[in-house]
Design a protein around this ligand. Structure first.
Ligand code: HEM
Length: 360
């Protein structure tokens, strides 16, 4: 098919979609929690009871979002708007507003349906509406090779099975690293540094198709420190996650009884030095396996320390990979979300804004 024909077909699909469904309005991102309401608080409160997810409820690769859905901070069916997800992680776990938006809009650009403004926290689902034209994936957070990637702490690499499903064997390693390296058997910064280093070493030896490049390296390293920040009871707030609390979040996907969120919103300024600390202890270079134990360095992929280039990689390579030439309402929706995403990186990192489509 000629390129112009592809564009016309895509345009027609979007127009038909819009004629049938309309385009969902895109609300502005949620504001920070108001002063005075952003402190220590019981997360497992009567308004947020744990309910075991039903067979049609979607859950995926993120233990935090799964837990927040099981406790009703997120829609229990596992499909939500970005502003709902930002609010849920602020309310339930006291993520700082800019950091919450950074995670959510990043995921949203790779995994959602921009026309309906909906994303699955699990696998692909018709609940996010009719897909925009391919190569858009609208795969949900479980879509491998987008936000989800190899070397997870509690999931297997995609080569070995479902990379979004909790894996007890993997998680047993998490617990044994806490026992071996952490203060009093907790998952602390030392256990984190060792486990985060061991995971790619293990995958290099066993997974012939390992991919450990941008943007996955950033999420892998950030997610490694999240548990000792956001899963530790805010009354202690000592960056030492007990194995019981860890098991509640990871294995049972349930806010522990009497759990209080951190006493103040936690954002880039706390997460990034911790990421830096574990990276400095055991540096690595991004790469991919060409067969088992054949790790080929990828000098063109941004390094973990190069935040602005990782931002540029997402915006100029990953997003246009799914939306090469968006038109009309689809382009407007993407541009709006790209703007929200950029807003979260500009003050913190002073990155130059990247425009995959027209300047807007
Ligand atoms: C705010 C929006 C968030 C989004 C969109 C998100 C998304 C994701 C995704 C896609 C993964 C899978 C990565 C992989 O292992 O391949 C993941 C993993 C993870 N997330 Fe989240 N997440 C969010 C917030 C949080 C928060 C607040 C926490 C707090 C603890 C958290 C903790 C984790 C952890 C620990 C993992 C790693 C699981 C593992 O390696 O086994 N996430 N997240």
């Amino acid at each position: 098919m000629k390129f112009s024909t592809i564009i016309l077909v895509a345009l027609r699909q979007i127009n038909e979609f819009v004629a049938h469904n309309g385009v969902a309005p895109i609300p502005n991102p949620s504001a920070p929690l108001p002063a005075g309401q952003d402190g220590l608080k019981l997360s497992n409160d009567p308004a947020h009871p744990f309910i075991t997810p039903g067979p049609d409820d979607l859950r995926g690769s993120c233990p935090a979002l799964n837990t927040l859905a099981n406790n009703g901070y997120l829609p229990r069916n596992g499909v939500g708007r970005p502003d709902q997800i930002v609010t849920a992680v602020m309310e339930g776990l006291n993520l700082g507003n800019d950091f919450a938006k950074f995670l959510v809009y990043q995921a949203f650009l790779m995994n959602s349906n921009p026309l309906t403004n909906l994303m699955s926290i699990g696998m692909k689902t018709p609940l996010t509406g009719q897909d925009p034209p391919k190569p858009a994936l609208v795969g949900g957070l479980s879509q491998h090779g987008t936000f989800e990637g190899d070397t997870s702490m509690s999931r297997v690499d995609a080569f070995f099975g479902d990379p979004a499903a909790f894996n007890q064997t993997r998680f047993n390693d998490f617990l044994s690293f806490a026992t071996k390296y952490g203060a009093n058997g907790t998952y602390d910064i030392n256990a984190t540094a060792e486990l985060r280093f061991e995971r790619p070493q293990d995958s290099i030896m066993t997974n012939p198709q390992l991919v450990f490049t941008s943007p996955r390296i950033l999420s892998a390293y950030s997610e490694a420190v999240f548990p000792l920040v956001y899963f530790v009871d805010g009354r202690l707030n000592n960056r030492q996650l007990t194995q019981d609390a860890g098991s509640s979040f990871f294995a049972n996907q349930r806010v522990p009884a009497d759990f209080h969120r951190p006493p103040a919103p936690v954002s880039f300024e706390i997460i990034e030095p911790m990421v830096n600390q574990i990276f400095t202890k055991h540096p690595f270079t991004p790469g991919v396996n060409h067969g088992r134990n054949n790790y080929v360095l990828q000098p063109k992929t941004p390094a973990l320390s190069d935040f602005c280039r990782i931002y540029g990689d997402i915006v100029l390579r990953v997003v246009p990979g799914q939306y090469p030439k968006p038109t009309c309402q689809l382009k407007d929706a993407l541009n709006k979300n790209l703007g929200f995403f950029y807003d979260t990186v500009k003050f913190q990192h002073n990155c130059t804004q990247a425009f995959p489509y027209d300047k807007y």
